[in-house]
Ligand binder design. Structure first.
Ligand code: OGA
Ligand code: MN
Length: 376
C-alpha cells in the first residue's frame, strides 16, 4: 500500500493505476544502460476537484456543480457531499441507489492552531510505544525519535550479550531478538559504528511512514490485533473525531474512535489505491484529517476499473468516508512540497514564531494524515 515511486509492470492496467501514474511526481522514461531513468514531469491539474474554490463559490451563492451538495450541520462552515462521482454517467431512468456514496469533505475543518497541535502530537507523542510504527519490525520500539533527530543522534545496534553501558537510559530499545538498538550521540556512533550497524535518527524520521494509535493494526495480517498492548485514543483526538464524524453518523448514534493510523508523507511518497475494509461496521465513517503539504487524493469506485475522481487535500481539510464510500478504492498519488503548491504559508507563519524550528523544517516537505476509525 505504501510506496516511494516503485513502478510495477502492471502500472497501467486499471483506470485507478492510470490516474495514479498521471498524478505522481515522476515518470519512468528511457532505459539508459539497463537502468530506468526517472523524469520529473509537468502534471495537468485542471481536472482536480478543488473544494477551496467550491467553498468560495458557495459563499458567493454561486450554484454548486452537479453531484455536489452542501449540508449545514452545526459547524461554522458547510460540509460538502459527493452524491455521485462526477464522471460516472447517471442515467435519468436509474432508480436512486438505496445506499448513496456518502463521501463528505469539510474544507478548512481545523484552525491553524489546531493543525499545529496535531502536527506536534503526530511527531512527538503519537509514535511513542506502545503505539507501533513501521520501524518496529526492524528496530523494536523506538522512544523519542523526533527529539533524537533534532539532537542528531544515531541509532546503533549492540549485541545483547554485551552488557549495555547505560541500560537505564531513555533511548534504549530492544526488538525482542538478540539485538538491541540504542540512540547515541553522533560522534560516539562513529566509533561504535565500526562494529555494529547504525542509522541516523534523521533518516529514521524521514522514513517514518505510519504509526498506529488505540487498537493496533497489524499490517502483515491486515487486521486489528486486540492482543497487542495499546493506549486509548488520546482525549483531544477522541473529542475531535466525534465532532467531525457527526455529519456522517446514523441518526442517534455517536462515533466511537477506537483506532487511528497516522500516515507520514515526504516528497515522492505515495499511498497506493486500497480499501479500508477491516472494520466490522461500515455504517460508521472513517474520519481523515490532512496536515502539512497539499496532496492529491483519488476516490475511485468499487472496482479499480472505475475511473477515480481526483481532489486536492489541504492542511486542515477533513474527509469522511461512510456508506458506499467505505467500499471505494482510494489513495494518495502525490504530495506537493514546492512553495506555490504546498499551500502551507499560514502553518509556516505559526511555527516560525516558535524558538524550536524542527516542526517547521519537517512540515515544509511533509504531509501528515490522521485517519480515525471505529473498529467494532
Ligand atoms: C488511509 C488513507 C488517506 C490520506 O490511511 O487509509 O486512506 O489522505 N489515507 O492520506
Ligand atoms: Mn484508506
Amino acid at each position: 500500500m505504501y510506496g516511494t515511486e516503485k513502478v510495477s509492470e502492471d502500472a497501467e492496467r486499471t483506470a485507478f493505476r492510470r490516474a495514479e501514474k498521471k498524478y505522481k511526481l515522476y515518470y519512468e522514461d528511457t532505459f539508459k544502460s539497463s537502468k530506468k531513468k526517472k523524469q520529473l514531469k509537468r502534471v495537468d491539474l485542471s481536472e482536480v476537484l478543488d473544494f477551496k474554490s467550491i467553498l468560495d463559490s458557495y459563499n458567493q451563492n454561486i450554484q454548486l456543480s452537479q453531484g455536489i451538495s452542501a449540508l449545514q450541520c452545526g459547524f461554522n462552515r458547510p460540509v460538502f457531499c459527493l452524491e455521485n462521482r462526477p464522471e460516472r454517467a447517471v442515467n435519468v431512468n436509474d432508480v436512486p441507489p438505496l445506499q448513496c456514496l456518502r463521501f463528505y469533505f469539510i474544507p478548512g475543518a481545523l484552525s491553524v492552531e489546531e493543525q499545529c497541535q496535531w502536527i506536534r502530537d503526530s511527531l512527538t507523542s503519537f509514535p511513542q510505544p506502545p503505539n507501533r510504527t513501521n520501524h518496529n519490525a526492524i528496530y523494536g520500539p523506538i522512544h523519542d525519535l523526533f527529539v533524537a533527530a533534532k539532537e542528531k543522534k544515531v541509532l546503533v545496534e549492540e549485541e545483547s550479550s554485551l552488557p549495555s553501558l547505560d541500560s537505564g537510559a531513555n533511548y534504549c530499545v530492544k526488538n525482542g531478538d538478540s539485538h538491541r538498538w540504542k540512540f547515541c550521540e553522533g560522534h560516539l556512533a562513529i566509533l561504535s559504528g565500526k562494529t555494529g550497524k547504525s542509522v541516523s535518527a534523521q533518516v529514521l524520521l524521514r522514513k517514518l511512514r505510519w504509526s498506529t494509535l488505540g487498537l493496533q493494526f497489524d499490517w502483515s495480517k491486515r487486521n486489528y490485533d486486540v492482543s497487542l498492548p495499546h493506549n486509548k485514543i488520546p482525549d483531544g483526538l477522541w473529542q475531535l473525531a466525534k465532532r467531525l464524524a457527526a455529519p456522517a453518523m446514523p441518526v442517534g448514534e455517536e462515533f466511537q474512535p477506537e483506532a487511528a493510523i497516522v500516515n507520514y508523507f515526504g516528497l515522492g511518497d505515495t499511498l497506493g489505491g486500497h480499501l479500508d475494509d477491516m472494520e466490522e461496521d461500515w455504517s460508521k465513517p472513517i474520519v481523515s484529517m490532512s496536515l502539512g503539504c497539499k496532496a492529491i487524493f483519488l476516490l475511485g469506485g468499487k472496482s479499480k476499473e472505475d475511473p477515480p475522481s481526483a481532489m486536492f487535500l489541504r492542511s486542515g481539510d477533513a474527509v469522511l468516508m461512510a456508506g458506499e464510500a467505505r467500499e471505494c478504492f482510494h489513495g494518495v498519488p502525490r504530495i506537493f512540497t514546492d512553495e506555490e503548491n504546498a499551500e502551507i504559508a499560514p502553518l509556516e507563519l505559526q511555527f516560525s514564531h516558535e524558538e524550536d524550528c524542527s516542526f517547521l523544517e519537517y512540515i515544509r516537505t511533509s504531509r501528515i494524515n490522521i485517519n480515525i476509525r471505529q473498529v467494532f
